[in-house]
Design a protein around this ligand. Structure first.
Ligand SMILES: [Fe+2]
Ligand SMILES: [Fe+2]
Length: 222
């Protein structure tokens, strides 16, 4: 088994995971990874899976999507940003329902606000992604471009407006949760919800960036 410092050196993004678990990779890095994980009540395989996830998440940043073939970019958006939401939105929906019910009395205005903003987000996001999947992306893949009717200029404008609405709702959620700082009194579900919403925000920002700034720009310019 490799040591902690070997992991940190060969897979630089693992540092984020090690830090998250309070595992020393600098001065105490000579320990075998197994032992360091056990000391934190954690299995090494679990930690390595988290490293895989962090690396998978960072990968799109490394790829020049402005230069990749458009079908590859569309496939990437679908696989990396659309499909994971099929289950993640359900998981968060369950947590929103639970936390805003069980802990409603702790801060009724905040809990009501979160419930409403979450519903707004779902109402905007679900039909939006369906429209991209059923209509816009297939037309892009079929080679339809901007230009006079039936070009893609106006459908793209609609998608961009909907992205703005999603961005505003994400900002509302961030304000309501005070930047996702977990309150001391928070139980496991509450904590999981704040972490899940913050991760969703990061994911949607990247998702919308790839559509607005990369895919749509390329379609409109070509
Ligand atoms: Fe999308
Ligand atoms: Fe979109």
């Amino acid at each position: 088994m490799m040591t902690v410092s070997e992991l940190a050196t060969s897979r630089p993004l693992s540092v984020r995971v090690l830090q998250r678990h309070g595992i020393d990779f600098c001065c105490g890095g000579a320990r075998p990874l197994d032992a360091a994980c056990t000391a934190r009540g954690l299995r090494a395989e679990t930690l390595l899976q988290e490293v895989d996830a962090v690396e998978a998440e960072a990968r799109p940043d490394a790829r020049r999507w402005d230069q990749a073939p458009i079908p590859e970019l569309v496939a990437h958006i679908l696989a990396r940003h659309h499909r994971p939401l099929d289950t993640e939105l359900d998981r968060l929906d369950f947590l929103v329902g639970k936390v805003t019910t069980v802990h409603h009395d702790k801060d009724p205005a905040m809990m009501d606000g979160i419930r409403q903003a979450w519903q707004d987000l779902l109402d905007d996001l679900l039909p939006h992604m369906k429209m991209e999947e059923d209509l816009l992306f297939p037309r892009i893949l079929a080679g339809v471009r901007a230009g006079p009717d039936p070009g893609l200029g106006s459908p793209i404008e609609v998608m961009e407006e909907e992205h703005k609405a999603v961005g505003r709702t994400l900002a509302t959620l961030r304000a309501l949760t005070k930047d996702y700082v977990v309150p001391d009194e928070a139980c496991g579900s509450w904590r999981a919800l704040w972490q899940g919403l913050e991760a969703l925000e990061a994911d949607l920002h990247q998702h919308i960036h790839l559509e607005n700034n990369v895919l749509f720009q390329r379609v409109l310019r070509s």
